[in-house]
Design a protein around this ligand. Structure first.
Ligand SMILES: Nc1ncnc2c1ncn2[C@@H]1O[C@H](COP(=O)(O)OP(=O)(O)OP(=O)(O)O)[C@@H](O)[C@H]1O
Ligand SMILES: [Mg+2]
Length: 302
């Protein structure tokens, strides 16, 4: 595999008056789990459909595994896996038939019985597509995206409609997919999923990438404040104002809350311990990816 799994530079796509992608740029490294988050209509699906050769971009560069999806789509098709946001299959097609068919169409394939087990579809192996529940259909589409043992898989809202246990099982499977060497591009609206799974995340807004970093990087940049709390019987704690990153302190009876930036908990804990104080209930509340996402979405448009 080349040095970069995906290269996107200034990709643009317009549908009539709507500029769905207005200059998207990012790279995905081989073996990475790359997340894409952003508001409804921000151009996520349009962009990854252009990368899979399912839509034609108006301009810009797109390379997937070194190939241009627009002109080398046939060579690319067997090397990528696609789980689309909107998919369907013939109503009477059975689960095993769909997997068998997709495997037969691919020069390289995985044993689809393994995929039935991994995606918890063994009991439904002989069911018609029409008789599957929403979550079972979703799991079948992910299994179908993996049957050709792809080098890179595009998952567009993979866990939408899955119950909580199935979602967590899906996350484990995505990590397993990556362990097998497959690069993963994952579009999601679930911030916990993005934070838990992704190595890096691009935040889309109005057809552009407005932030791109590791989950921790996004949180510390856009939601970097934390609050350290503890209970005490002691007198003044004004000396905690000297802690690096300190911003404010509130006291409500015996409860103390300190707000600040950076590794505030470590500094407060060290300062307390240095004075022989070890509050048993010392705790920290940190920003989450959801806080960072909200901060990014409230910033002025690019
Ligand atoms: N086939 C189409 N024809 C016309 N407009 C379209 C078409 N597909 C998408 N759009 C428009 O392009 C914009 C981007 O859509 P896209 O599906 O890429 O968004 P998205 O980020 O995937 O949103 P969601 O989170 O809702 O899936 C939207 O304004 C949408 O209405
Ligand atoms: Mg979409």
């Amino acid at each position: 595999m080349g040095e970069t799994a995906v290269v996107v530079r200034d990709l643009r796509k317009r549908y009539g008056a709507v500029q769905a992608a207005g200059g998207v740029s990012f790279d995905v490294a081989p073996g990475e789990i790359f997340g894409i988050i952003g508001a409804n209509g921000s151009g996520k699906t349009t962009t990854i459909e252009c990368l899979q050769g399912l839509r034609k971009r108006d301009s810009g560069v797109a390379l997937v595994l070194g190939l241009d999806p627009q002109t080398q789509g046939i060579a690319l098709r067997h090397r990528i896996g696609s789980q689309l946001q909107e998919s369907s299959l013939p109503e009477r097609l059975r689960v095993w038939e769909a997997l068998d068919l997709f495997a037969a169409l691919s020069p390289r394939s995985r044993d689809w019985r393994e995929l039935l087990e991994e995606w918890d579809l063994v009991q439904k192996w002989n069911s018609a597509f029409a008789d599957l529940s929403g979550g079972q259909r979703q799991r079948l589409f992910v299994a179908l995206a993996l049957v050709n043992d792809p080098e890179i898989v595009f998952l567009d809202e993979m866990t939408t409609g899955l119950d909580p246990a199935a979602r967590h099982a899906a996350w484990d499977l995505v990590r397993e997919i990556r362990r097998r060497g497959t690069t993963v591009v994952l579009v999601t609206h679930f911030m916990d999923e993005a934070e838990d799974l992704c190595d890096r995340i691009a935040v889309f807004k109005q057809g552009r990438v407005v932030a791109l970093d590791t989950p921790q990087g996004l949180v510390s940049h856009y939601a970097g404040r934390s609050t350290v709390r503890f209970t005490t019987n002691d007198g003044s704690f004004d000396w905690l104002r000297e802690c690096p990153g300190f911003e404010s302190m509130e006291r409500d009876g015996r409860r103390i809350a300190i707000r600040g930036r950076g590794p505030l908990l470590a500094h407060v804990a060290a300062a307390l311990v240095a004075r022989g104080i070890a509050p048993p209930d010392l705790e920290v509340e940190r920003g989450t990816l959801e806080d960072a996402y909200m901060a990014i979405s409230q910033e002025a448009a690019p």
